[in-house]
Design a protein around this ligand. Sequence first.
Ligand SMILES: Nc1nc2c(c(=O)[nH]1)N(C=O)[C@@H](CNc1ccc(C(=O)N[C@@H](CCC(=O)O)C(=O)O)cc1)CN2
Ligand SMILES: Nc1ncnc2c1ncn2[C@@H]1O[C@H](COP(=O)(O)OP(=O)(O)OP(=O)(O)O)[C@@H](O)[C@H]1O
Length: 217
Amino acid sequence: MTTDPLTGRPASSPCMAAEFEPADASDVPRWRKVERLRLRAERDALRVSARQTIGAALCRHLAALLSSRLSAGAVFSAYWPIKGEPDLRPLMQDLHREGIRIALPVVETRFAPLVFRQWTPDTAMVRGDWNIPVPPAENARLLPDVALAPLVGWDEAGYRLGYGGGYFDRTLAALHPSPLVIGVGLQSARLATIHPQPHDIPLDLIVTEAGVQVDHG
Ligand SMILES: Nc1nc2c(c(=O)[nH]1)N(C=O)[C@@H](CNc1ccc(C(=O)N[C@@H](CCC(=O)O)C(=O)O)cc1)CN2
Ligand SMILES: Nc1ncnc2c1ncn2[C@@H]1O[C@H](COP(=O)(O)OP(=O)(O)OP(=O)(O)O)[C@@H](O)[C@H]1O
């Protein structure tokens, strides 16, 4: 039997497709819940070495993409990896060294837009909402010129599936001028469609370990 080099599982593992497709908008939240669980389980099953390879490839693709879009003093919002998300902290370090200001998203108020707090390699992170490590409240609040949006799932129209809090959609709806938003996730997290709803805002670009997949930027 052949083995998938990334997951170490049988290449012919049983079909993991969602058990249903939503018939109408009222089914979409339930469908998304099933898909989030499936995609997160697949991501959790990755070997550490596969995760590292993916993170390094993403850092490379993003560095190439950002070199023409960010200059010293610009604000770049990244994320602190949780729940098996690709680790882009080496990229944050490199861009910081180049004089780019790095910010991280923070849930300061539940169900409100995210705020962005400055991060430097010297920042002592504290635990925020949902136990996510965040820069402390005394760090400067910044508005990103370019923002990464971590993806649980994505589609070729540029829509994203996150953890289901609606935080990025709420944030993008509130930010003016809106930053260039780059979705970051696994190639294997591609869906035929996320069944976009009126509140869903498409991303400008989507990048996976295989390179740029969507470019509306
Ligand atoms: N690394 C990282 N940081 C990030 C995000 C992210 O996706 N990744 N976010 C991107 O938006 C924001 C936090 N997003 C959140 C999204 C949902 C819930 C939430 O509602 N949690 C529920 C449990 C939901 C579940 O387990 O399915 C809860 O706490 O009860 C909290 C934070 C900001 N920081
Ligand atoms: N602009 C908005 N204003 C108010 N509520 C919103 C907005 N955008 C999304 N929501 C609400 O947030 C909830 C979750 O939305 P969705 O399924 O798109 O989450 P998600 O994009 O996967 O999560 P996240 O952005 O936190 O990673 C929905 O109930 C939706 O109504």
